[in-house]
Design a protein around this ligand. Structure first.
Ligand SMILES: [Zn+2]
Length: 229
């Protein structure tokens, strides 16, 4: 599912690519794919950058990444361990290794790596700020961590993706806790073994955090989020 439409100013479009943390994100100027696996190459043909959060099979498919990079010449941004698995095939000027605190610009879009509370070797999460300051936080498979509260105060997130299943320890409640700490305008439950876990997340959110909207995505559909007023 590629996104043909160009988002309006102060808006981003996104597609949930698989049952895990695969997201295609389009700002008015750039297209980013985060943790694409189980995706056809043709659906990634317009990407400017691919972001990888950690080396687990449901987040990193080295063959796919290498093939897409060759076809598009896109930039690859990856945690240290994933980066090592790609460096034999991707030139150094196109492969950026990240750790918490790293900032990289793709044109006017800013990508900042942050901590991730997940049992991988060197996982990161990514804050993506579009050229018109729409703030998207991709939290990979992360469980809650105290630093999220500080970020929530500082960043004024528009969209936060929250894992609600599959990963060890991830449940609708831990996903909700990520939303509670980061306080976005819109919370999106993903990394979900079933729609029941997404619905449960939505119910907790509605009761405990009524000012945050819940967007339960379907795979391969395009959703739009605008900057908060
Ligand atoms: Zn995962």
């Amino acid at each position: 599912m590629s996104i043909q439409k160009i988002p309006e100013k102060n808006t981003v479009l996104f597609v949930w690519l698989n049952q895990y943390a695969g997201i295609l994100l389009k700002t008015p100027s750039k297209t980013l794919a985060i943790d694409p696996v189980d995706v056809k190459i043709k659906n990634l043909k317009g990407v400017d950058a691919i972001l990888i959060t950690h080396e687990h099979y449901d987040h990193l498919d080295p063959r796919l990444i290498i093939e897409v990079q060759k076809a598009t010449n896109c930039t690859i941004i990856a945690d240290k361990v994933s980066s090592k698995k790609l460096q034999h095939a991707i030139s150094a000027d196109k492969l950026h290794e990240t750790k918490p605190g790293t900032e990289i610009k793709i044109g006017e879009v800013l990508i900042k790596a942050e901590k991730c509370n997940h049992n991988a070797q060197a996982p990161v999460t990514y804050i993506i700020t579009s050229e018109d300051e729409v703030k998207v936080y991709h939290t990979a498979d992360s469980l809650p961590l105290p630093e999220l509260a500080v970020m929530g105060q500082k960043e004024k997130f528009d969209v936060v993706f929250c894992a609600v299943g599959i990963a060890s320890g991830a449940t609708p409640l831990t996903g909700f806790e990520i939303a509670r700490l980061t306080k976005p305008q819109v919370a999106v439950p993903y990394h979900a073994g079933s729609t029941a876990s997404q619905t449960e997340f939505a119910q907790i959110l509605k009761k405990e955090l009524p000012r945050t909207a819940c967007l339960i995505p379907e795979q391969n559909k395009i959703y739009q989020v605008s900057k908060r007023k």
